[in-house]
Structures are given as C-alpha cells and as structure tokens.
Design a protein around this ligand. Structure first.
Ligand SMILES: [Cu+2]
Length: 146
C-alpha cells in the first residue's frame, strides 16, 4: 500500500512537472500574447493615434491576428506623453515602478513618432501613457481578432 502511494505521488509529480515545463518552455509566449516590434516591409495598415492631455484618440483599435501595424503617434497635448504597449499587467507595473522600458516611446508636445508593431494571437492588447496621473485616463485597448 505504501509503495502504491509512492508510485501515485511520483506519477502526480511527474505529470505536474511536465505540464509546468511545457508551459514555461513555450517559445515566445509574450510575443504570442502582445506581439513584437514589426518589420517595416510587412506593414499592412497605418493607424493614427492622437495623444491629448490626458487621453488617446481613438482609445479603441481593432487589428487582425498576426497583422503588422504602423502606429503614428501624434502628441497634440501641452504635456510630454509616453506610449507603452503591453498586457494590462505590464502597463500597471510600468506605471507603478517608473521603470525604464525599451518599448516605451516618449513624445513631446507637437511631436510625432512612429511604432511598427506586429500583433500575435487573438485577444486584447493594451496601451497607455504610464506617467503618474496620466495613467488614470490615458489608456487604450487593441482588440486582436482571429
Ligand atoms: Cu501622458
């Protein structure tokens, strides 16, 4: 009986380890969820986003799975703003920690910048200006359709 229990425990542990391993070993999991910097030769559409004090226009964008979009970020506000794309968790973390992020784009008043981004799987990707006080209202959502 004791032996059986041991075997059972071992089998459970082995299964659990395999599942955990498969999950963490999935290649580019983050890329599948939020996408990655895109190739300029793959751009299928240009989407213009206007940054104001303190909101994005439009706040909602729809793209297709795997699509590469050129975002034109135009700051028509009086303040400097930032643009960060990621999961809701990433953005909250960035807003909280003020950490340096390689994906963070800084746009001065009257300035325009571009970001070419290739989306991954269907789902929701978020964008925001993570600057203190801006983050409350300066957010948007990208729906990635199948
Ligand atoms: Cu801002």
């Amino acid at each position: 009986m004791y032996k059986l229990l041991l075997i059972f425990l071992f089998a459970t542990f082995a299964l659990f380890s395999c599942a955990t391993f498969a999950e963490t070993n999935q290649p580019n999991n983050e890329e599948a969820l939020i996408g990655k910097p895109g190739d300029p030769s793959e751009v299928s559409r240009t989407i213009k986003l206007t940054l104001l004090d303190n909101m994005f226009l439009p706040p909602e964008v729809i793209v297709s799975k795997g699509e590469t979009i050129k975002f034109i970020l135009n700051n028509l506000g009086n303040n400097t703003h930032q643009f960060l794309i990621g999961s809701a968790y990433d953005l909250k973390k960035a807003a909280k920690m003020r950490q340096k992020n390689k994906n963070l784009i800084r746009i001065n008043p009257a300035e325009q910048k571009e970001l070419i981004w290739q989306f991954g799987n269907a789902g929701t990707v978020h964008f925001a200006c993570p600057i203190k006080d801006h983050f409350i209202t300066m957010r948007g959502r990208i729906t990635v359709e199948k």
